[in-house]
Design a protein around this ligand. Sequence first.
Ligand code: GRG
Length: 292
Amino acid sequence: MEITAIIAEKKRLFEDYLQEHLAGINATSGIFDAFSYSLSAGGKRIRPILTMLASETLGCNSTKALPAGLAIEMIHTFSLIHDDLPALDNDTLRRGMPTCHNSFGEATAILAGDALIFQALSVISSSDYTAEVEIDILRMIADVCGIDGLVQGEYMDVMAEGKDLAMEEIADIYLKKTSRLFELCMYCGARIATDDRQKIQSLVRYGTYLGLAFQAVDDILDITSTDGVLGKTSGKDLIQGKATLVKALGVEKAGLWAVQMTNEAIRSIARISDIQSTVLEELARWMLQRVM
Ligand code: GRG
């Protein structure tokens, strides 16, 4: 099957699972409306797709990874809602629709984001995973989101506005604000399928480099694409003086860096024995095509 067909199939699986989950939540408040609005708004669903593919690569049925993929998409959606708030990036458009706070007000958007984090934890703790797998996943969620992960990455990103950072400093922001969640996807998908530490680590490493490439591509598209295609406000990095690779290197060299990171991602999984890594290789190359 072609990579685009595989992605479409996994995306469909995820969307059905998400809608089933939302239908099972017994809540009718404005917070739930905002929560469902942002979760159902679409997006590429690349994180749950990665989680499923990590499981499949190790021989496990990808539907087993759906609860982990859903939890990660909830955390991701939460981070987007908060990132769009006036105190952070102050954005009006997300996933082709008005941002959560623009549609529901700031207080509701903040609380809907908060609810998404705890719902994510609830999805994991009420899944069919063994107690060991659940604890490992919850521990990894805490690690990747916290003070050395997403929160720190977002902080560094905001603090870097208007400054000229060195390449290494920009890569560190990318690592924390983007790669950490990609690592979580690979970790969860792999941990559900195996307890072989080496295999899990190799897949997590793939997530690290894939996340770096993905963020570089995201920054290039911010300059080269449109609101309509991106579903969010383009050209914003420049206006806000964000410290991006494009600002430091220019579009062309940033693209070459993304290619290098993609090759590193592919190398990370090339030597793991008994795994079917072709789909992950194709996925990494497919992600690059968005700018190549
Ligand atoms: C406590 C988890 C936690 C986070 C709080 C707000 C925040 C700290 C972090 C935000 C980090 C952020 C916005 C990173 C950008 C990552 C990125 C490339 C987002 C866009 O992802 P896509 O393109 O979006 O996959 P879609 O809409 O397709 O899902």
